[in-house]
Design a protein around this ligand. Structure first.
Ligand code: FPP
Ligand code: FPP
Ligand code: MG
Length: 292
């Protein structure tokens, strides 16, 4: 069960960023593009933490498909899915301890706290509209960006002693991570399940008001009540969906994602030029144009 998603068919977005960041930092520091074993381990650990969280997330969301296949909970049931997620997380913890660097251990254990707190934030809602957007961005950081930001920071710590570089790596990961999730929230409205390999139009059904909904609500204040009751009345999900599609919510969320990507590019451009640095810049474009 715990090997089920390690089939080479995921996007491997996180390990790719981490491996590129490792090289970009190593080149910046001493002109060596050699990726250390400990840095490679961070790429694996990041994907393991991510996978563990998805296995648990699919239990929480009662999802039956992911990456075009049945979820662990769908095949083996919820109890075993919870334990399979725990097992993946424990494998990640063992690998992390084996690196033997306490700074790196602190950086990556923070991610685990953020993931869980992000998931808790998602269960709550805010009455006040301004607070709601801040709440959404905080949730987005914790749920998605923290893992990318902190994995980037971890490989920079292993590759280079300069705290300025650690901050660049962190800021790049944070901004690209937030953009990635904003686009995920857009794709939930604009893409289809076949393309995504997981259910779409899912967030409203789960009671979640993401970027496109929060922007749409500025144009159609009548959505407020629906957001507050988490789209729980019959017809709420369809009506909210119509409002979103009539509004500029999707465009505004995409525009916001672009802003975060620009910031990521601005940060990473502070490193010495290298093909890997350029790949990280290109990656920000892929985040914005991806359709799965
Ligand atoms: C996907 O969200 C879920 C996450 C990015 C994080 C889930 C985190 C937990 C369940 C906390 C437990 C964490 C660990 C480390 C075991 P989504 O539902 O918006 O995306 P989806 O459409 O891909 O399901
Ligand atoms: C309490 O037993 C339970 C255990 C000793 C083990 C439970 C283990 C899991 C659910 C696996 C997941 C593990 C982690 C680390 C998340 P008990 O009957 O002694 O309980 P009591 O103290 O309440 O009497
Ligand atoms: Mg989910």
């Amino acid at each position: 069960m715990s090997e089920y998603y390690f089939d080479g068919k995921g996007k491997a977005f996180r390990p790719i960023i981490v491996a590129l960041m490792a090289r970009a930092c190593n080149i910046h520091h001493n002109n060596s593009r050699h990726v250390q074993a400990s840095q490679r381990a961070i790429a694996l650990i990041a994907e393991m933490i991510h996978t563990a969280s998805l296995v648990h997330d699919d239990v929480i969301d009662d999802a039956s498909s992911r990456r075009g296949k049945h979820t662990v909970n769908k095949i083996w049931g919820e109890k075993k899915a919870v334990l399979a997620g725990d097992l993946i997380l424990s494998a990640a913890s063992i690998a992390l301890a084996r690196i033997g660097n306490t700074t790196v251990i602190s950086i990556l254990t923070q991610v685990i706290e953020d993931l869980v707190r992000g998931e808790f934030l998602q269960l709550g809602s805010k009455e006040n509209e301004n607070e709601r957007f801040a709440h959404y961005l905080e949730k987005t950081f914790k749920k998605t960006a923290s893992l990318i930001a902190n994995s980037c920071k971890a490989v920079s710590v292993l590759g280079c002693p300069d705290p300025v570089v650690h901050e660049i790596a962190y800021q790049y990961g944070k901004n690209i991570g937030i953009a990635f999730q904003l686009i995920d929230d857009v794709l939930d409205f604009t893409s289809c399940s076949d393309q995504m390999g997981k259910p779409t139009s899912a967030d409203l059904k789960l009671g979640l008001a993401t970027g496109p909904v929060l922007f749409a609500c500025q144009q159609f204040p009548e959505m407020n009540a629906m957001i507050m009751r988490r789209f729980s009345l019959p017809g709420d999900v369809d009506r909210a969906r119509q409002y979103v599609l009539q509004s500029d919510g999707v465009q505004q969320t995409t525009y916001l994602a672009q802003q975060y990507c620009h910031e990521a590019v601005r940060e990473i451009s502070k490193l010495r030029p290298s093909p890997e640095r350029d790949a990280l810049i290109q990656l920000s474009e892929i985040v914005l144009t991806r359709d799965k």
